[in-house]
Design a protein around this ligand. Structure first.
Ligand code: GUN
Ligand code: ZN
Length: 389
C-alpha cells in the first residue's frame, strides 16, 4: 500500500528500504481495460476483417483452452507479458471454457495482481468445442463468481462475447446474472465492423439498433465495458450516455482489422467516459505506450489531439475511473495498492537521441507516448513487489 507521497526530503523513511529510481519516471501501473487471454498466439494473423479473423484464426485457437494444463501455462505467460509492458491491472476475456477463467484467476491470485475476467458466454455461430448453452453458461458463471469474485484483488466480469454468438435465451441468462450481481462488471463488443453490425441486427430484428440489443437485455449500466463502439448513431450514443456505460477504444486492433476510427471527442461531448485498451489479439501490442501512440494517430486523422498529460492520465487514473476503481489503483494517492511502473524515456538509442532536445516533462512523456514500448519499462511493481525480470 502507498503510505505517503511527498518530496523525498520531507518523508520519514526511517526503517524503510530506499530504492532510488532517479532519473526515471515513477507513475501508477498501466490499466488495460479490454484484452483476450486466449488470443496471445493469434496476434499478427492475416485476415481481411473482423468476422474472417474470428472464424479463420481466433475461434480455432480458443478451442485449445479446454485443456486445463495449457490454460495454466498460458496464464503465467499472459501475466508475464502484461507486467513486462508495465500493465498491472487488466480486464480480460477468458475463453468459453471454465478452465481458462479458473487458470487466470489462480495465477493472478498467486501474484496478488488486480485482475477482472470472466468465462465467455457463446452458444451459437461458433465451432463445436467453443459453445456453451444458456443454462451451462449461467451455471458456470455462477460458480466462478462464487469462487473468485472479490477474492484477493480479483473481480468477475459477466462476459457475453457479442450479440452474434449468443441466442436470445443466453442473453436472457446474462441479464439474470447481471441482475443478481450488480457489482460484477459486464463486458462485450459493440459496433466494431459494418458486417458485424448487419448480422447482429439481422439476428435481433426487434431491436432498434445494435446498442438496443444490449439495452433490451439489461446489459448497459455504469460498469458495462463496450469494446470498440465505433459506428454509432446519435440514438445509440444517447442510450449509452444515459446508462453511463463505458465505451472502450482499442486503437491498434481497430487499425489492424480495418474496423474504423473511434470518435473520442463525440462520445465525451455526450458525457461518456471512454476507456482505452490493447484488445490483444486483434490488437497488435501489449504496450499501453504503443496503444497511446496509435490513439494519437487515430485522433489526428479526425483533427482531435491527445496531449501527453491526458494520455498518461487515460492509461492510469482515467481507466481506473472508467472501472470504478480509482480508490484502489491508477493513482499514487496514499491508501491505494502500490501498483507502479518505472519508465525510461531514453531506453533505446533513438529515444535517447530524441531526448537530447527535450524541453521538459511534456516532451519526455510524449517521447514515451510515441516511441515507447516494453523496453522503456525499467520496473513494474505489483502491490509493492518488483516483478520485471
Ligand atoms: N467481437 C467478438 N469477439 C471478438 C474478439 O475476440 N475480438 C474482437 N476484436 N472483436 C470481437
Ligand atoms: Zn475484444
Amino acid at each position: 500500500m502507498i503510505r505517503a507521497m511527498a518530496d523525498f526530503a520531507t518523508l520519514d523513511v526511517a526503517g524503510a528500504e530506499v530504492i532510488d529510481h532517479r532519473p526515471h519516471l515513477v507513475m501508477p501501473g498501466f490499466i488495460d481495460t479490454h484484452l483476450h487471454f486466449p488470443q496471445t498466439q493469434v496476434i499478427a494473423s492475416w485476415a481481411a476483417e473482423l468476422l474472417d479473423w474470428l472464424n479463420d484464426y481466433t475461434f480455432p485457437e480458443e478451442t485449445r483452452y479446454q485443456d486445463p494444463a495449457l490454460c495454466a501455462t498460458m496464464a503465467a505467460r499472459f501475466l508475464d507479458r502484461l507486467t513486462d509492458h508495465g500493465t498491472t491491472t487488466a480486464v480480460a476475456y477468458a475463453s468459453v471454457h471454465t478452465s481458462s477463467a479458473e487458470a487466470l484467476f489462480a495465477e493472478a491470485l498467486k501474484r496478488n495482481m488486480r485482475l477482472i475476467t470472466g468465462k465467455v458466454l457463446m452458444d451459437r455461430n461458433a465451432p463445436e468445442g467453443l459453445r456453451d448453452t444458456a443454462q451451462s453458461g449461467y451455471d458456470d458463471s455462477k460458480r466462478l463468481i462464487a469462487r473468485w469474485h472479490g477474492k484477493g484483488r480479483l473481480g468477475y466480469a459477466i462476459t457475453p462475447r457479442f450479440a452474434i454468438t449468443s441466442t436470445p435465451a443466453q442473453m436472457q441468462a446474462a441479464q439474470t446474472l447481471a441482475h443478481e450481481h450488480p457489482d460484477c462488471h459486464i463486458q462485450t463488443h459493440l459496433s466494431e465492423n459494418h458486417a458485424e453490425i448487419a448480422l447482429a441486427c439481422e439476428l435481433y430484428p426487434e431491436a432498434a439498433d445494435y446498442t438496443d440489443i444490449y439495452a433490451h437485455y439489461g446489459l448497459l449500466r455504469g460498469n458495462s465495458l463496450l469494446g470498440h463502439a465505433i459506428h454509432l448513431s446519435e440514438r445509440e450514443v444517447g442510450a449509452l450516455a444515459e446508462a453511463d456505460a463505458k465505451p472502450v477504444f482499442c486503437p491498434t486492433s481497430n487499425l489492424f482489422l480495418g474496423s474504423g476510427l473511434f470518435d473520442d471527442a463525440r462520445l465525451r461531448a455526450a458525457g461518456l467516459t471512454n476507456a482505452l485498451a490493447t484488445d490483444i489479439g486483434g490488437g497488435t501490442s501489449y504496450s499501453m505506450l504503443q496503444t497511446l501512440a496509435e490513439s494519437y494517430k487515430v485522433l489526428q486523422l479526425q483533427r482531435q489531439r491527445l496531449h501527453p498529460f491526458r494520455a498518461f492520465h487515460w492509461i492510469t487514473r482515467g481507466n481506473a475511473e472508467a472501472l470504478g476503481m480509482a480508490d484502489r489503483v491508477g493513482t499514487l494517492d496514499p491508501g491505494t495498492e502500490a501498483d507502479l511502473v518505472v519508465l525510461d524515456a531514453r531506453a533505446t538509442p533513438a529515444m535517447a537521441q530524441r531526448m537530447e532536445r527535450a524541453r521538459g516533462l511534456m516532451d519526455e512523456l510524449f517521447t514515451l507516448q510515441v516511441m515507447g514500448d516494453d523496453r522503456a519499462v525499467v520496473q513494474t511493481y505489483v502491490a509493492g513487489v518488483a516483478c520485471k525480470r
